[in-house]
Design a protein around this ligand. Sequence first.
Ligand code: GMT
Length: 379
Amino acid sequence: MKMKIGIVCYPTYGGSGTIAAELGCHLAVRGHHIHFMSFALPFRLKQRCTSNIKYHPVDLSTYEVLLTQPYTLTLASKIAEVVEREELEILHVHYAIPHTISALLARQILRRKIKIVTTLHGTDITLVGQMPSYRPIIKLAIEHSDVVTCVSQWLKKRTQECFQPRKRLKMIYNFVDVERFKPFAEKCKPRPALFRTADKIIMHASNFRPLKRPCDLIRAFAIIQEKVKSRLILIGDGPEHQRAVQLAKDLGIRRKVRTIGQVNDPENFFPYADIFLMSSEIESFGLTAAEAMSCGVPVVGTRVGGLCEVVDDGVNGYLVPPGDYRALADKSITILQNPCLHRSMSTKAREKILKKFSPHKIVGQIELMYYRLLGEQKR
Ligand code: GMT
């Protein structure tokens, strides 16, 4: 039985939008009909829409009486319209605020009951969820969804502790498209100019929000490049980007730091990295780290949240205390100066992703969860 599924997500650069888009694409390959609803086309969907994937833009028009654009409300109207017209059976919303609230409102507008699955991604619980002005609304989102999933054991535990929901939370890990994110050797493409160098390549990709602590990366790299001939490639953009670049200037290493902004095809960059750095102070999963590992790149990251479920310390990378940029540098140098260790960690990184976070395994779990939900409805 093929399903008609609505997916609501942020379209902007970030892990929750990435996973939502990837999930839609993989479900479409399995023959399901997928309808995305958002204020822009999710960036990972660009050039990947097929006949069974549709995108429905949400109206952003406003009126001067309204203080701000009431996106929650226009999204709710759009969801109700699409559910009715396309006869959707399931709504899978990614990130509780405001998406679950809009979905709940849409369900009230509609005369038929639609199943709502909410996937919590991280800061909807750990940061936004802790603000007194959002807490009650997030609790409502959790209580009224038919199923709530968390992207790591750590996030599940954290959500249980913070919200003590009456329902059982489900843990379903994020996944990585292991066919697209794969080691360089398997791709056999000529190296782009950026990577035609004898220098070791240290890479980082993120949305450069303060919690990513990008200045720690720069400080770590300043130490690394004294011991190992290397360059740092920064992918992405965000509020802390400029500060990080300024720090590189102040430390006299700007020449060795390449900033390439946001990219839609990280799979064409990650395989060239010798190591991937992640200096976040909080991370409920760490999707970019998992994508880098899928390309056979060892990760040196911080021992925080769900990142500890992705990276096995000493096996496929290293984990260090958050804020300890010296340790970040030391562990990076250890890997970069030891080709044998690097090879072993690289192989084990790819193996871990294939074993635990492949679409075959995870998308199958999600599909089964949908079937069970619809089965209950039929009964
Ligand atoms: O919660 C956020 O910060 C937003 C979200 C995003 O869209 O980037 O990131 C979270 O979701 C990702 C996908 O599940 C996870 O890989 C990230 O670890 C998580 N970010 C944080 O927990 C800071």
